[in-house]
Design a protein around this ligand. Structure first.
Ligand SMILES: *[C@@H]1O[C@H](CO)[C@@H](O)[C@H](O)[C@H]1NC(C)=O
Ligand SMILES: *[C@@H]1O[C@H](CO)[C@@H](O)[C@H](O)[C@H]1NC(C)=O
Ligand SMILES: *[C@@H]1O[C@H](CO)[C@@H](O)[C@H](O)[C@H]1NC(C)=O
Ligand SMILES: *[C@@H]1O[C@H](CO)[C@@H](O)[C@H](O)[C@H]1NC(C)=O
Ligand SMILES: *[C@@H]1O[C@H](CO)[C@@H](O)[C@H](O)[C@H]1NC(C)=O
Ligand SMILES: *[C@@H]1O[C@H](CO)[C@@H](O)[C@H](O)[C@H]1NC(C)=O
Ligand SMILES: *[C@@H]1O[C@H](CO)[C@@H](O)[C@H](O)[C@H]1NC(C)=O
Ligand SMILES: *[C@@H]1O[C@H](CO)[C@@H](O)[C@H](O)[C@H]1NC(C)=O
Ligand SMILES: *[C@@H]1O[C@H](CO)[C@@H](O)[C@H](O)[C@H]1NC(C)=O
Ligand SMILES: *[C@@H]1O[C@H](CO)[C@@H](O)[C@H](O)[C@H]1NC(C)=O
Ligand SMILES: *[C@@H]1O[C@H](CO)[C@@H](O)[C@H](O)[C@H]1NC(C)=O
Ligand SMILES: *[C@@H]1O[C@H](CO)[C@@H](O)[C@H](O)[C@H]1NC(C)=O
Ligand SMILES: [Cu+2]
Length: 587
């Protein structure tokens, strides 16, 4: 891997005063054994906290005053009980991203889908078990753009006595990417939805809440791994950014990918990885055999395919080899050179395609890939941007004076004012949602062609797609290029899916299925639909409830790139969603 000497002596001076900022402390308040499983109890107090970054202090929404929020640490099989108390003037709901929530849809969290938000002064207890998953996931707010500051890791250790399918790491380090905004992100999205234009962009990316020395007035806010030579570290990497897929690399070190979205994969080694918002990736980092006379930057920056402006800045942290026998024991030798990684170009789709094609399920006897071989229902969804007309007598800042919108099969999903799952369970869905979500585009066109369809306007509706219990689903998601071909990381709640195929251009149902991987496709909960391309996934609808599916670029979700699946109860008692908990928030 090519390296370059880091040039700025100014930055090196700044490092003299830098300090290791420890990652959030666990806030587990108690746990006890109940039979075979442990219950992990947490209390999350949502409160405003002043945080200073880039020389400006801002009041942000936090859990327990921590930014990033606290870690949840459990073992596979544990029950998790999180009491969330809302002390802020915003409506709140939290989502446990990637947790299957088997028979516990009431604890999933997306506002107005599975629950009404927790209003100011109220509380709600999220109560769920972690079944058949181990690795890294994360939690975040699931209402408006509040996940900008409300997020933290979920670490799922294997069951006691079960080893990792790779050598035991010396240490484990969570690395959670985020964005730092000088603007109030709630005002940003509200303004964008009013004007119809693209929203403002973030001012910095962060690693564990810290922007690092490549930004003005940020030299001290750097995340460091203090490395020992000849050790293997497990980095638990999470992308919590609102709107940006990210490349990540550590100078002069390679990364071995061993797990994504809490599922083990066949290990492979890269210099740079890609991680979309919503995704998690565990990697092994083996440090140099001897103390090197150098320190190494780790950096992340955007992979961007859209037409609009984006945050093209770079966050840096450091891998610091601190020789305990060196003369300066209180700080590292500032005469040491720094090495910076070389990241792919901001629009390097070729890199991304090569990287994602390497991802394969471990598919071992112990961790099989249960890919549905037979399909009951096939669906074809277009995903992408579109437009809404500008209201009369308004000036709009979207394309050609219209308003930006986004849709699936040209339906721009309108949030209801009560929760879908509640109205379904109560049998009061009639006025809340329709059950005729289109299973394919109503007006086919050349999705990835250069000529846009006759109408670029979306339709607005609150529609769900109903699936009987245990339906085996194949879904092709086709990106459109109506307002430019753009990558969309689609996230499905309540299920993992297998990514059986992907390609560029228009999906060809006559030819493409022959190339599907039904043996060891990667299993995950968030997948990037390639810009101007398609992705095919399969999943078994074995979990009753209402399950949100949406682009994890928050701006696209806000514009309507979202829908919901309604999975019906099965006939057995163990296949039915239990009634809601008594403290479920009301609208
Ligand atoms: C945050 O800072 C503002 C302005 O300095 C101050 O008025 C407020 O009390 C602080 N809030 C908290 C929670 O400390
Ligand atoms: C969590 O759910 C389990 C299973 O329904 C129940 O036994 C337990 O009492 C619940 N705990 C809390 C704190 O609500
Ligand atoms: C968005 O950015 C513009 C230009 O910097 C600024 O004037 C505006 O106030 C910002 N909007 C919000 C909601 O912060
Ligand atoms: C980042 O974007 C700004 C405009 O938003 C542009 O001026 C600058 O050249 C870009 N930097 C890089 C490295 O692309
Ligand atoms: C990527 O960006 C570079 C520099 O802006 C540009 O020359 C190139 O055409 C872009 N490539 C693609 C595939 O868009
Ligand atoms: C991707 O893989 C292809 C085929 O192996 C290769 O030609 C191309 O250079 C790779 N692109 C990148 C950016 O690595
Ligand atoms: C738009 O403006 C015209 C002229 O001022 C006015 O007659 C009309 O009522 C306005 N329409 C709406 C919907 O406000
Ligand atoms: C804007 O309008 C022009 C002229 O009617 C048209 O050629 C172009 O495709 C439109 N662009 C978008 C993004 O709708
Ligand atoms: C779709 O558009 C692309 C690019 O304009 C073109 O190459 C392709 O032939 C078109 N496909 C069909 C089916 O018209
Ligand atoms: C689009 O418009 C053209 C010309 O008006 C028409 O011939 C064609 O059938 C339309 N296509 C669709 C899909 O409606
Ligand atoms: C869809 O909703 C948007 C935003 O509320 C509105 O501006 C637009 O006119 C609506 N479109 C239709 C076709 O009703
Ligand atoms: C909070 O949620 C309630 C219930 O859905 C709703 O009535 C209220 O308008 C919301 N408040 C804000 C500030 O969004
Ligand atoms: Cu998107």
């Amino acid at each position: 891997m090519a390296v370059s000497l880091f040039p700025s002596s100014l930055l090196m001076t700044a490092f003299l005063f830098s300090s290791m900022i420890l990652f959030a402390f666990p806030t587990m308040i108690e746990s006890w054994q109940t039979g075979a499983t442990t219950t992990r109890h947490y209390q999350f107090d949502i409160k405003m906290t002043n945080v200073t970054r880039l020389c400006k202090t801002k009041s942000i929404v936090t859990v327990n005053g921590q930014f990033p929020g606290p870690e949840i640490v459990v073992r596979e099989g544990d029950r998790v009980v999180v009491k969330v108390v809302n002390h802020v003037p915003y409506n709140i709901s939290l989502h446990w991203h990637g947790i299957r929530q088997l028979l516990s849809a009431w604890a999933d969290g997306p506002a107005y889908i599975t629950q009404c938000p927790i209003q100011s002064g109220n509380s709600y207890v999220y109560n769920f078990t972690v079944v058949g998953q181990r690795g890294t996931l994360w939690w975040h707010a699931h209402i408006s753009w509040l996940r900008a500051t409300l997020y933290g890791p979920i670490i799922i250790l294997p069951k006691l006595g079960i080893p990792y399918p790779f050598s035991k790491p010396y240490k484990e380090v969570p690395i959670i990417f985020g964005e730092w905004w000088k603007d109030d992100t709630e005002a940003v999205i509200n303004q964008a939805l009013q004007t119809g234009g693209g929203p403002n962009i973030s001012d910095a990316y962060t690693i564990n809440g810290l922007p690092g020395p490549l930004y003005n007035c940020s030299a001290k806010e750097i995340f460091k791994i203090k490395a020992k030579p000849g050790k293997t570290y497990l980095l638990r990497i999470i992308n919590a950014a609102l709107n940006d897929e990210l490349f990540f690399s550590i100078a002069n070190h390679s990364l071995t990918i061993v797990e994504v979205d809490a599922v083990y994969v066949k290990p492979f080694t890269v210099n740079t990885l890609l991680i979309a918002p919503g995704q998690t990736t565990n990697v092994l980092l083996t440090t140099k055999a001897e103390y090197p006379n150098a320190n190494f930057f780790m950096e992340a920056r955007s992979y961007a395919t859209g037409q609009g402006t984006f945050d093209n800045s770079t966050v840096a942290g450091m891998l610091e080899y601190k020789n305990p026998t060196s003369l300066s024991s209180s700080s590292f030798n500032k005469s040491l050179p720094f090495f910076k990684p070389i990241l792919p170009a901001l629009n390097d789709t070729s890199f991304v395609t090569n990287f994602t094609k390497k991802l394969r399920s471990l598919a071992s006897a112990q961790y099989p890939a249960n890919v549905p071989q037979m399909v009951d229902r096939r669906f074809f969804f277009t995903v992408g941007l579109g437009e809404n007309p500008c209201p009369e007598n308004h000036t709009c800042q979207g394309p050609n004076g219209t308003m930006f919108a986004a849709s699936i099969n040209n339906v721009s999903f309108v949030m209801p004012t009560t929760a879908l799952l509640q109205s379904h369970f109560a049998g009061e869905s009639r006025s809340v949602y329709a059950s005729d979500f289109p299973i394919m585009p109503l007006t086919p066109f050349n999705y990835t062609g250069s000529t846009p369809p006759n109408s670029t306007f979306v339709t607005n509706a609150t529609k769900v797609l109903v699936l009987p219990f245990n339906t085996s689903v194949e879904l092709v998601m086709q990106g459109t290029s109506i307002l430019g071909a753009e990558s969309h990381p689609l996230h499905l709640h309540g299920f993992n899916f297998f990514v059986v195929g992907e390609g560029f251009g228009n999906y060809n149902p006559a030819k493409d299925p022959a190339r599907f991987n039904l043996v060891d496709p990667v299993e995950r909960n968030t997948v990037g639909v390639p810009p101007g391309g398609w992705v095919a996934i399969r999943f078994l609808a074995d979990n009753p409830g209402v399950w949100f599916m949406h682009c994890h670029l928050e701006v696209h979700t806000s514009w309507g790139l979202r829908m919901a699946w309604l999975v019906l109860d099965g006939s057995l008692p163990s296949q039915k969603l239990p009634p809601p908990p008594s403290d479920l928030p009301k609208c």
